[in-house]
Design a binder for this molecule. Structure first.
Ligand code: URA
Length: 308
């Protein structure tokens, strides 16, 4: 249940950044949430005991809450609790071909003790993927469940949608480069032996730690254009605190390391609510990228997702 609450909190934070101010909640759902939140003091106490990050203030319990479950301390996997990260790595790549420099970076990231300390057994650190000669580089948030298994960004449901978006632009996935702000899946406390349920956005510290790896990928690939997918990617590239809501920066050109950067929504914005309006919003941002990149735009493409 804690994971579900963390996932709900993460989703609400994401929606807030995307400019959403109200969320309809059915009375029954609200009552169930109140029952669960009313039990939280015992959980919060055991989390603090396990040296977990501080919880948000606990709302008052509802009348006659069910008995609070005791979360045994040893059942919380310490590796899943974000540990303080050291100073961001200094990345110095050898001279050589793009492929040689990228391979050196890959080895550096794979061997990063800090990243490995945050991995669960059998899971992988994830570096970007794609053409080292790409004109377009997409930047997402962080690996999720599928990505940490396969060791490749954007291979889960959001990734499949991103691939379709790229194809709609008239480009093949293999011809672009796709990276993330963070190189491992941000952890959530999980009962021993169980898989992590849900995701959380990276903390500012985690983003700052991984940024040199993203910069190095930008340096090696040297794309002509960058596309930030969602609020976390935009924060990572423009700076945490550079904007309050994604609406302030999306659909406009910015700059990262001298490269034009377009900010748009994360594909999960569509997965959550696949309406023509949402698809069109992202598509309009991608049309701007196509136009600036000199990609052909047909009348049919120009009209995608316009409601009739
Ligand atoms: N979402 C992201 O932002 N990145 C991934 O790699 C997968 C899902």
């Amino acid at each position: 249940m804690r994971e579900s609450l963390a996932a709900i909190t993460e989703e609400l934070r994401r929606l807030k950044l995307a400019g959403v101010t109200t969320v309809p909640v059915a009375d029954e759902t609200l009552a169930r949430l109140r029952r669960v939140v009313g039990r939280r003091p015992a959980v919060a106490a055991s989390r603090r005991a396990a040296n977990a990050p501080a919880e948000a203030p606990v709302p008052p319990a509802v009348a006659n809450p069910p008995p609070a479950p005791v979360w045994p301390r040893e059942a919380v996997r310490p590796a899943a609790v974000p540990e303080p990260l050291r100073t961001p790595p200094e990345v110095r790549l050898p001279s050589g071909t793009k492929a040689e420099r990228w391979a050196a970076l890959k080895a550096l990231v794979a061997g990063d003790e800090n990243g490995r300390a945050h991995l669960r057994p059998g899971k992988r650190v994830v570096l970007g993927v794609g053409s080292l000669d790409a004109a377009l580089m997409f930047v997402g948030e962080a690996p999720g469940a599928e990505e940490e298994i396969q060791g490749e960004p954007f291979v889960g449901p959001a990734g499949q949608l991103l691939t379709r978006m790229i194809i709609a632009m008239g480009v093949a996935r293999k011809d672009v480069y796709i990276g993330n702000i963070m190189n491992w899946r941000p952890g959530l406390p999980t009962a021993e032996g169980e898989e992590q349920v849900g995701n959380r956005p990276p903390t500012a510290g985690e983003m700052a730690y991984c940024l040199p790896y993203l910069r190095a990928q930008v340096e090696v690939v040297a794309p002509r254009f960058l596309v930030a997918l969602g609020a976390t990617a935009a924060q990572g590239l423009l700076g945490v605190g550079a904007f309050k809501t994604l609406g302030e920066v999306r659909g406009r050109w910015h700059d990262f390391a001298g490269i034009p950067l377009m900010v748009t929504y994360h594909p999960s914005y569509i997965l959550r609510e696949p309406t023509p309006r949402r698809k069109r919003l992202i598509w309009e941002d991608l049309l701007k990228v196509m136009e600036r990149a000199g990609l052909p735009v047909s009348d049919r493409q120009r009209g995608y997702f316009l409601e009739r």
